[in-house]
Unconditional design. Structure first.
Length: 392
């Protein structure tokens, strides 16, 4: 059976999409239509997965850039999907957001019998409100809420990422029974739980904090670096590892972080590791002592649960995170040590508390590991298969 995924992102770099595609490829033939970055092939095949890349690049900028990029990709992906559908007659079209209205690329396949799944990675009104500095009750955001509503109504099935976002969609009018929760959790095969890598020389004897993720202002890395500056007197061997890609439009922010490190004389306490292969991230998490999620608070971060949180939990690392709604509602204070977003003194307090009280860190880790095991990828994969069986 042939199925098609469409995503306004890069494949295989979008881990949620890659994980789902590989799981589905165990049962079906999977085509992926996505963006094309420099030096990537127009078409690539791996097992039962065919990747078709379109000549569109992601660029974070103002509202007009978003509109241009989204509609260009909508147009090109619709054309590509319809050409492929004539040959392959897809049973299921699986659309990954953002944008929500990308689901309308599947109009013709739906009219000819295909089932449409809309995979809501995020809530588009909240994303745009944060990116464009708008209020959620503004007229422009009301229009985006309308787009979200008709997009979800057009789809036959909805997938989303955490209970907070699911409840938000239900409040906005989507029936509970139409939404399936598939959380953004890692695959144990990728984590290599039994492997215990040896620390490199620059980490030996260090008390290590880690952040692997996108380098952008809302991720709160400025707060984390300032906290390290506060802590270096009490924890002289502290080391903060920062790994990840600099998202388009945030080059200035990475420079500001490096300048901050120099101005605070933290070269021996903060390490910028750049973007590393996904398979290496778990290795560095295993070498660390505490996993950080230092997000600032905005419409986006209040609704997020990070893949990295589950990686920390699976790899037995205590977690310190900003006190945001989705994390608080799902994990609670017994699993995560929360600090006030943007407050480096409160973050430093949390780190020092776990440094001085390793028994508390162990208890937190044990409880977080249990929650991870109750929501691991094997469980989520069964839910994904269940949706496809329902569609068929």
């Amino acid at each position: 059976m042939n199925v098609c995924m469409i995503v306004h992102s890069y494949y295989p770099w979008d881990i949620r999409v890659k994980r789902a595609a590989e799981a589905l490829a165990e049962r079906y033939n999977v085509d992926v239509i996505c963006l094309r970055n420099d030096k990537e092939a127009k078409k690539e095949t791996s097992g039962n997965i065919n990747v078709y890349r379109l000549p569109v690049k992601r660029k974070r900028s103002g509202a007009f850039r978003y509109i241009y990029e989204y509609f260009l990709f909508l147009t090109l992906s619709s054309i590509k999907l319809n050409i492929l559908h004539l040959k392959k007659r897809y049973k299921v079209i699986h659309i990954h957001t953002l944008p929500d209205f990308l689901v309308f690329s599947a109009v013709i396949p739906k009219l000819t019998g295909s089932t449409v799944i809309l995979d809501m990675h995020e809530a588009m009104p909240e994303i745009f409100a944060a990116r464009l500095n708008k209020k959620l009750d503004s007229r422009s955001m009301s229009f985006i809420k309308f787009i979200e509503k008709i997009s979800m109504k057009f789809a036959d099935q909805i997938i989303t990422v955490n209970p907070t976002v699911k409840n938000l969609f239900i409040k906005r009018g989507t029936p509970d029974e139409k939404i399936t929760l598939i959380m953004n959790v890692p695959d144990n095969k990728v984590l290599n739980l039994e492997e215990n890598p040896e620390r490199p020389d620059f980490l030996r004897g260090k008390f290590v904090l880690i952040y692997p993720g996108a380098i952008m202002e809302e991720r709160g890395l400025t707060t984390a670096i300032k906290a390290v500056n506060i802590l270096k007197g009490d924890i002289s061997n502290i080391m903060f590892l920062i790994f990840g890609n600099v998202t388009s439009g945030n080059e200035y922010y990475e420079k500001s972080l490096r300048d901050l490190v120099k101005s605070m004389d933290l070269d021996n306490h903060v390490h910028f590791g750049g973007e590393i292969p996904h398979k290496q991230v778990p290795q560095y998490i295993k070498m660390s002592d505490i996993g950080l999620i230092p997000n600032l608070s905005n419409y986006i971060t209040e609704l997020e649960t990070h893949n990295k949180l589950f990686e920390y939990a699976a790899l037995n690392k205590p977690i310190i995170a900003s006190d945001t709604m989705a994390l608080r509602e799902f994990f609670g204070k017994e699993l995560i040590l929360f600090f006030a977003p943007g407050d480096e003194k409160d973050l430093a307090r949390c780190v020092l508390e776990l440094y001085k009280n390793p028994e508390r860190a162990k208890k937190m880790t044990k409880k977080a590991k249990k929650v991870y095991e109750e929501n691991n990828w094997e469980i989520m994969k069964k839910r994904l298969y269940g949706i496809y069986e329902k569609c068929l």
